[in-house]
Write a protein that binds this ligand. Sequence first.
Ligand code: ZN
Ligand code: ZN
Ligand code: FE
Length: 732
Amino acid sequence: MEGIATKPSSSNAGNIHRGKWVGRDTAFTIAESGSRQNAAALPPDSALCPRCEADLFDPRSRRYFYPFTSCTGCGPRFTMARQQPYDRSATAMVSFPMCPACREEYENPVDRRFHAQPTACPACGPAVSLVDGAGRPLAPSGRTEGCDPFARAPWLEKAWHLLREGAILAIKSLGGFHLACDGTSAAAIEKLRRRKGRPCKPLAVMCRDRSVVEKYCLLSEAEHRLLASPAAPIVLLRRRRHCPLPETLAPNLNLLGVMLPYTPLHRLLLHGPLELLVMTSGNLSGLPLITDNEEALNELKGIADCFLLHDREIVHRCDDSVAAVVDGETHIYRRSRGYVPLAVAATSPAGECFTVKRGSAPCAVRSAAPGSPIVLGSGAEMKNTFCLLKGGEAILSQHLGAIDNEESLNCYRQSLDGLQQLLGLRPEIIGYDLHPHYLVSRAARELPGIHVGVQHHHAHLASCLAENGYTGKAVGIILDGSGYGSDGNLWVFEILRGDCCSYTRRFHLAYMPLPGGEKAVRSPWVMAVSCLLWFCGEAGGRRARRIFPEKRAQVDLLERLIGKKTLTLPLACGCGRLFDAISALLGVCLENSYEGQAAIELSERLPAAAASSRGGAYSFTIRGQVIEPAEMFAGILGDLEEGLPPKKIVLKFHNTVAAMAVEAACLAAREEGLRTIALSGGCWQNRYLFTTVKRELQKRGFAVLYHRLVPANDGGLALGQAVVARNLGVRA
Ligand code: ZN
Ligand code: ZN
Ligand code: FE
């Protein structure tokens, strides 16, 4: 169809999160090709829709047991698009010329597959191959005729058999490879963890359907809607009390990451004897998600026993998204497959506000003032995403993860080029994080354009304001892992006051030494000892030796370093580090084997029904700009001495952090009569802390802004960078 491009209507985008698939009635408007390219023209990938699922199991259907069935309401989009306009010839489907039957459907305006770019059938479309580690076929690829499902998909029974035997299967999915194994088998999970070198990090599971999810987890209606939405993210759910699944899926955690099958291939895999599979990203630790068959066979051969491949190319790698329902609302923690490249609204440079529909989907927004510059926010080093901002539309990239080595930096550059090309956007202004060692900041400064350094926490604040369409001044409570401060120290627990142009640092948690610099992040027990020495002096040292008797020598060394208070150690005022210290002090987690482990495991120790701030808190002092936690440490040591159960100490600690945030923010707001407070930074993923602070501030009459569509963690940082850089860059 020369000269014709298909374009979803905005109602399509708007429906994405309400668990509806938009069928042929409303999904499409035909726009002229060559019209201005915009992000809205390219939809995100969408999970298998109910009608295609019905086709999959209908023996009369041409697509009976065909793992690549799709329609205008579902299937790959972003992950297979090469360029715009979004047309079959510009996607990975170009290698699969349609058979006459498929073409007829494609050209029939009343057919469900009218202009469905990924449409295919067994006669003309992609095919699956099941191979061993050497690439040798383990089953035939399939024949196209007949009513016997296993003649149509002969690889399927073999794959079931292998998984049941405890094999680890590398599966080429929608946006990259997964490593899968039987989620009910402790032995298979142990093998996967050992081979992947991932001792504790929680593994996500894919469940056959709602009834399987409910067998193992508590599921609210809102959580079910999110799980079953076309974006089909991993949803964090609470395990049932006597959940029979292996503990090792998510050691020491009550939460489990759960998703439903979102491609026909996944649905078939879960059709047989297996009701639940572990599905974790198919990559080597620290490296980007693998998308290519050859690469998978080479790189994953030490991990996977066999490979379920297919021949449709993955053009844009895209990890699974992660979300949760908190206090009745969806919060996205990792925004990737199913959401990218939908635009989120952002405020325009003129200060005009584009409304975001509350509680609804990321929406395509009208574009802003003509001539407003195109801006790039280059993102953070961890949980990286970048952001392309044009007028009132902010397009956040897929989750690219940690960019801390050459391979991931190359992947970052590729993704940046890819998305720029796809959207036809060349940034003129580039916002980057001030951290001197961030590889992405270095890469950003090498790009042509006006460069604007944006302080990490200011970017968090601006990200939250922009997401909420708020253009005024607000107080920001930024609780984070760590970020480079304008004084060269690591900032983490910050009360800022500002807007999308500028900020002042109003209060912060007292600095504490970070022995070993940012590496201390890996050793919560080092943070615990440092805090005791730093805040409680010699008495702290004595207690540290009693609490960590096996680490006496190291405590001595730390005491010599810290006791002198020579201040040669790097300093941090850490929320993340504070959680680490308390976690180690209570014996919950001494070493982090994945980012945030100690803090996450600590918050899991909260009493189940702790949704109020009852349970007491420790004292603290606000002196000048500084929130001093010394009394809290003394209080915790006292409670430990008296044998107070750790659960109660954890609760009091959380209440103390909440009180610190609330009191300091209220002071900062009162000074200028502000009534709006924004919450940003990764620590807000702590549900107890979030709900406690939100409710307390609302009770005191403040408007509370927080993240829902854009991650509160560093995954949302790029939006704030872009918004600030535009404001400053335009003025420059
Ligand atoms: Zn469909
Ligand atoms: Zn066909
Ligand atoms: Fe951050």
